[in-house]
Design a protein around this ligand. Structure first.
Ligand SMILES: C[S@@+](CC[C@H](N)C(=O)[O-])C[C@H]1O[C@@H](n2cnc3c(N)ncnc32)[C@H](O)[C@@H]1O
Length: 199
């Protein structure tokens, strides 16, 4: 703290430690005006989990490739990343982004097409309908001990969980399904993810 009482911490700038693949994916998001890319806090969590897994890592909803970039940036030797995107134009753009990385495969299609690549050891679930009504399919996508990360929740400490004045049945379902052990993790003061491990 400076003597005049004003905090003298340097101004916060964009993180400078981002891996090249993450930077390229964020650049693609900016160029396309794509505002739904994962935030850095979530990306760091994905990378930390990816570093702990072996086998196939997956993503439902590629967007501009930010999640895939975080996963691949930390993937262990021998691990691969498969990401599915329903929008052909986005899928092509991200495939081009990873053209030099044979560990990353972009599948153009519905997220459920990843069933052909199961089992996954880690799955990033970033398609709304997959989170709300995809629990059966996710149970098939994961091997025993496999982990799914569900993005884009608003932190909530109440039970039953409430969102927008109503019981949040999506969150409730992931917490009460016997096939999963689930925790809500805040990645920022205004953002949370669910992490569910397949029993
Ligand atoms: C929130 S964005 C994904 C962001 C990305 N995961 C990231 O980490 O930056 C959701 C993406 O899912 C795609 N999508 C929507 N429905 C889908 C479906 N049924 N199957 C596959 N992708 C889908 C959208 O086109 C969009 O690009």
């Amino acid at each position: 703290m400076a003597s005049d009482g004003v905090c003298d911490t340097p101004a916060v700038t964009a993180p400078t430690d981002l891996r090249p693949a993450v930077r390229r994916a964020l650049d693609l998001s900016r160029r396309r005006g794509f505002v739904k890319s994962s935030r850095v806090e979530t990306g760091r969590l994905l990378a930390a989990l990816a570093a702990s897994r072996s086998g196939t890592l997956g993503e439902c909803g590629t967007g501009c490739g930010v999640g895939a970039a975080w996963l691949s940036s930390a993937a262990r030797e021998g691990s691969t990343v498969v990401t599915a995107e329903v929008d052909a134009d986005l899928a092509d753009a991200v495939a081009e982004l990873f053209a030099d990385d044979p560990r990353v495969e972009v599948v153009h299609g519905d997220w459920t097409s990843l069933l052909e690549r199961a089992p996954f050891s880690l799955l990033f679930l970033d398609v709304r309908e997959a989170k709300t009504s995809g629990v059966e399919t996710v149970a098939e996508l994961l091997g025993p001990g496999g982990i799914v990360v569900l993005d884009d929740f608003t932190p909530c400490a109440a039970w039953p969980p409430v969102y927008d004045g109503r019981v949040d049945v999506t969150r409730q379902q992931w917490f009460t399904d016997d096939r999963f052990t689930t925790v809500e993790v805040m990645v920022a003061s205004d953002a949370a993810v669910l992490i569910a491990t397949r029993r």
